[in-house]
Design a binder for this molecule. Structure first.
Ligand code: ATP
Ligand code: MG
Length: 415
């Protein structure tokens, strides 16, 4: 017996309808906000993520599934969705389309992490990316889209936290202030923090080590270092969110796990999924396209983790739409009525009605038992008299009521 790799999961028929509900909801929100789908390869050149996501991030440092292919190239299974979409945007010349270009994706992502509830090695993300607009309205639209998605799923008790991490100009000042602050503590901090101190001090605020967390608690706040442009951008985003009726708190500690973010960053957090509290997160990344060799263009996006949403929905008892069930089970009593069931089912299926028949050569009694087990909504038993009259007794399983329906008109009953 060969088992599933650690940190991965099968989605079985009894679960897949929940996935489909989340995916269909994602697509319907994308449609309402006029975002169109982009599909990119599951693997990319490793360099894309090194340059795009950033060398000082946990994702690139420790979590990537990187391997050499048979041609000796280093390739990596995508650890997130944005870098691939940004590459596709540049490579396919989408920069020459009318701006903004609004895209979305639903994709598996791979990170070599320690598996826990809500933290997997293969997981799935739904995300939006809007390219070409630097306006605060775009930030508000993206955050509102993420919020609408969560609302449409029926998710409750998710809190929105936002922050601005500025542009390279104010970040430069802030990094200096952070370095001054951390310098006397450096010896007691973890090796990762010490490396980040040299390369990207902002990322020290993201450290999960208890000792480091105590020290970072007293660190200077980015919001005190924003330049005038970044400050007024952030003010505008906040007032637009308020105008949309979205509740949020400003959390100056949010720096996000990926290096490409600038200005607005945000997270939707839940207290119901243990320590993996971010269900959805995103931000502006105005420098990513130029970092990847494209023309400089502002952009902003978010990604939601589908497994975490599922966990949250299950933990909080959110109602999913009903699982797929046959609308009718046709039970045949003998050879020729079974043949008729087969034909009727074929006709109904052509019209899109979910119809089921016996494929196991069962007795009528066993067929009815099976119909009940699979939750068929209606059952019709067909024998000699039904064949002669051209009518069947259609039994509604929820209340046991029976009505006589012409076989030729059966489908009308379901459409
Ligand atoms: P965390 O701090 O929980 O590690 P992150 O900052 O690494 O999250 P992002 O890179 O922003 O996460 O990814 C966006 C979303 O994808 C997260 O909010 C989360 O819902 C989901 N996600 C990230 N990593 C995993 C994982 N290993 N397993 C399942 N879902 C994940
Ligand atoms: Mg992570």
């Amino acid at each position: 017996m060969i088992n599933i790799p650690k940190g991965t999961k099968d989605v079985l028929p009894a679960q897949s309808y929940k996935w489909q509900f989340i995916e269909e909801t994602a697509r319907s929100v994308a449609k309402a906000f006029n975002f169109r789908e982009v599909r990119t390869p599951v693997f990319e050149h490793t360099e894309l993520f090194q340059r795009g996501v950033g060398e000082t991030t946990d994702v690139v440092n420790k979590e990537m599934y990187t391997f050499e292919d048979k041609g000796g190239r280093s390739v990596t299974l995508k650890p997130e969705g944005t870098a691939g979409v940004a590459r596709a945007f540049i490579e396919n010349g989408l920069a020459s389309s009318p701006m903004p270009v609004k895209t979305y994706y639903i994709t598996p992502a791979f990170r070599y992490e320690r598996p826990q509830a809500g933290r997997l090695r293969e997981f799935h993300q739904f995300g939006f990316e809007a390219f070409g607009s630097a306006s605060a309205e775009t930030d508000a639209e993206i955050i509102f889209a993420a919020s609408s998605f969560l609302d449409k799923l029926g998710v409750k008790g998710v809190k929105l936290e936002i922050n601005s991490i500025g542009c390279p100009i104010c970040r430069n000042e802030y990094n200096k202030a952070l370095k001054n602050y951390f310098a006397p503590h450096l010896e007691t901090m973890c090796p990762t923090c010490r490396t980040r101190y040299e390369k990207n001090p902002l990322r020290m605020l993201d450290c999960k080590e208890e000792g480091c967390k105590k020290i970072t608690a007293g660190a200077p706040q980015i919001l005190d270092y924003l330049c005038e442009d970044c400050k007024s951008h952030f003010e505008k985003v906040k007032s637009l969110l308020t105008g949309l009726g979205l509740e949020y708190t400003v959390n100056s500690r949010i720096v996000r796990g990926l290096d490409y973010y600038t200005r607005t960053v945000f997270e939707f957090l839940s207290g119901e999924i243990g320590s993996q509290s971010a269900v959805c997160a995103g931000g502006r990344y105005d420098n990513l396209l130029s970092q990847l060799g494209g023309n400089p263009l502002p952009a902003i996006g978010f990604a939601a983790g589908i497994e975490r949403l599922l966990l949250l929905m299950e933990n909080t008892g959110v109602a999913f739409p009903e699982e797929q069930k046959p609308l009718i089970y046709l039970a045949g009593m003998d050879e020729s009525s079974r043949a008729l069931c087969f034909k009727i089912a074929a006709e109904l299926r052509k019209k899109g009605v979910c119809a089921e028949i016996d494929l196991m050569a069962r007795s009528v009694k066993a067929q009815l038992k099976y119909a009940d087990k699979i939750g068929a909504k209606h059952v019709a038993v067909i024998g000699e008299s039904e064949m002669q009259s051209g009518e069947v007794s259609l039994k509604k399983m929820s209340d046991g009521s029976v009505r006589t329906v012409k076989i030729d008109d059966l489908y009308k009953y379901f459409i």
